[in-house]
Design a protein around this ligand. Structure first.
Ligand code: SAM
Length: 266
């Protein structure tokens, strides 16, 4: 109900991809599918309680149209040609893996809720109709509406499409990539700023040493900030040096998995 929120999709790399025809993004106003004078999209919750709930009939008309189900233009595949994404704080967590999976889809429809969210029958209805439906949360906090979550998802998914990010190499070593690590710290000119110097190794031109230093930094940073990611690392994908760096940061292999080393145990 706030299409103007999505004006940011015209900016930066997503905006350029849109202009270049790599991404076909269309923003709709849910109120276009209302039928009453007040253009009502919500009503009081059955069972009582605070707030308002978005009506399934209005959403149903909107999604049928946007997904091409009323005109039969859903890429010839009906409901099965479309993946419906419903941003909600009660959804599964949207991660880089989710972005990678969604980037393989031809047609995504994102249903941005407001108030207490969308009547639960909407997701149920489209699932039964054969549509892939993902209820996704962008994190453990509550926003006022789904528009910001939609922007997050469009940007994370869009930048994975060929031609959106100028140099595809820059996607390879990023945080949350295949290595399961956070990215190492990055530096640029000037080499000395405010008494702070760029680490010597990065100025050495020695590619193998730079590569090792960056991997050590990625391991240390991940160990310090994201213990959940360290626990999820596949031990057989780590070399002896990786394990030494992790051991310095307090992680050891126990029963084939990384765990925090026990300290001070008798
Ligand atoms: N009553 C809902 C609950 O407790 O799960 C919260 C509704 S929230 C105020 C309104 C809308 O904001 C949601 O329907 C959803 O579209 C969006 N939203 C809020 N937080 C979100 C999050 N963490 N991830 C994705 N969407 C979110």
């Amino acid at each position: 109900i706030f299409p103007d929120y999505l004006a940011a999709l015209d900016l930066s790399l997503v905006g350029k991809a849109r202009a270049a025809g790599i991404l076909d993004l269309r923003v709709h106003d849910l109120r276009d599918w209302t039928t009453d004078r007040h253009r009502t999209v919500d009503d009081t919750p059955f069972g009582g309680g605070a707030g308002m709930v978005m009506r399934p009939d209005v959403w149903g008309r909107a999604i049928d149209d946007v997904a091409g189900l009323t005109t039969g233009t859903a890429d010839g595949g009906g409901a099965g040609a479309v993946h419906l994404v419903v941003p909600t704080p009660s959804g599964e967590t949207f991660t880089q893996r989710t972005a990678e999976a969604l980037a393989t889809e031809e047609h995504l429809v994102v249903a941005c809720g407001r108030y207490e969210g969308i009547d639960a029958r909407v997701a149920e209805h489209y699932r039964s109709a054969g549509m892939r439906v993902s209820e996704l949360s962008i994190g453990d906090y509550v926003l006022n509406g789904g528009e910001v979550a939609a922007l997050v998802m469009v940007e994370a998914v869009g930048r994975l499409l060929p031609g959106v990010v100028g140099n595809p190499e820059s996607l390879v070593e990023e945080s949350h990539g295949a290595a399961g690590l956070l990215e190492y710290p990055v530096y640029t000119k000037p080499p000395a700023w405010d008494d702070l110097e760029v680490p010597d190794v990065l100025l050495s031109g020695h590619h193998a040493r730079i590569h090792r230093w960056r991997r050590d930094q990625a391991l240390r940073r991940t160990a310090a900030r994201r213990p959940d990611m360290v626990r999820a690392l596949a031990v057989d994908a780590l070399d002896r040096h990786d394990l030494e760096v992790l051991a310095e940061a307090g992680w050891t292999v126990v029963d084939g998995r990384l765990d925090r080393a026990a300290h001070g145990a008798p």
